[in-house]
Design a protein. Structure first.
Length: 114
């Protein structure tokens, strides 16, 4: 499995952004998928994880009510809609798939602007 991310970019505080991740090649998507992020000098943290069936969803406490994760099983994509962005949301966001071993995307930058 390979994960290809898109979206991201520069956003002002309070703004919105959407990042997407496509899993390829075609095949089973019966695994958890989601997003992690990492800021300079900090460890990687789980932002939002969607269970393999799309039913179990876990959010980082600090993004609850602002971020929404969704999956399109037909297109093998996972999206993260980020609203009401805060300066502390600026980070490199990584798509994740709970394959064995785990698979990571290359990372996509979300940068805050003043």
């Amino acid at each position: 499995v390979q994960l290809v991310e898109s979206g991201g970019g520069l956003v002002q505080a309070g703004g919105s952004l959407n990042v997407s991740c496509v899993a390829s090649p075609d095949g089973s998507t019966v695994y958890d998928m989601g997003w992690y992020r990492q800021s300079p000098g900090k460890g990687r943290e789980a932002v939002a994880i969607s269970g393999w069936d799309g039913e179990r969803i876990i959010y980082l406490d600090s993004v609850k009510g602002r971020f929404t994760i969704s999956r399109d099983f037909t297109k093998k994509t996972v999206h993260l809609q980020m609203n009401s962005l805060k300066p502390e949301d600026a980070a490199t966001y990584y798509c994740y798939a709970a394959t064995a071993p785990s698979t990571w995307g290359q990372g996509i930058q979300v940068t805050g602007s003043s």
